[in-house]
Design a protein around this ligand. Sequence first.
Ligand code: FMN
Length: 148
Amino acid sequence: MAKIKILVGTTYGTSQEVAEDCAAQLKALGHDASVLRQPAYDEVVSDAPQVLLVCSATIGQGEVPENLLPLYLELNDRFPLMPNAGFALIARGDSSYENFAEGGRQVADLLRELQLRELVPPLFLDACETMDPEAEVDAWIQKLAEVL
Ligand SMILES: Cc1cc2nc3c(=O)[nH]c(=O)nc-3n(C[C@H](O)[C@H](O)[C@H](O)COP(=O)(O)O)c2cc1C
């Protein structure tokens, strides 16, 4: 059983729904999954083995959504190395914008610098293509679950 913290970055709530869907599936597979809408530094940084699942949209001109920004900035400032942790990224965006899914990409880049191990390739969800990505998310979670 893995301990999975799902870090949500959202402005309009879609990514929160995706995160809740992921949590439900991971729990059904026997994992301990929690959704953190306002993730605090101390909740996220730990020496114990754990998985961070980033589920973030992009806002502004390729920016991290406001609710996830404080954590992103604090991690960047304090730079806690977490070699015992793994992570995976679901990045929502809209390819009609110049910086497609850049918010999620920025968070993932930082986690790589903090030495977290990337467990599976990112899932990019394009609002331009589909508003209802449930099937894609379900298939991706199955792949993630295989390496937990
Ligand atoms: C003002 C605004 C700016 C946005 N900027 C970007 C962007 O730079 N890159 C991108 O990929 N998507 C961008 N988006 C699209 C959102 O990331 C996309 O609609 C996403 O599904 C919203 O998810 P949320 O409901 O979790 O906030 C923007 C949307 C809005 C309304």
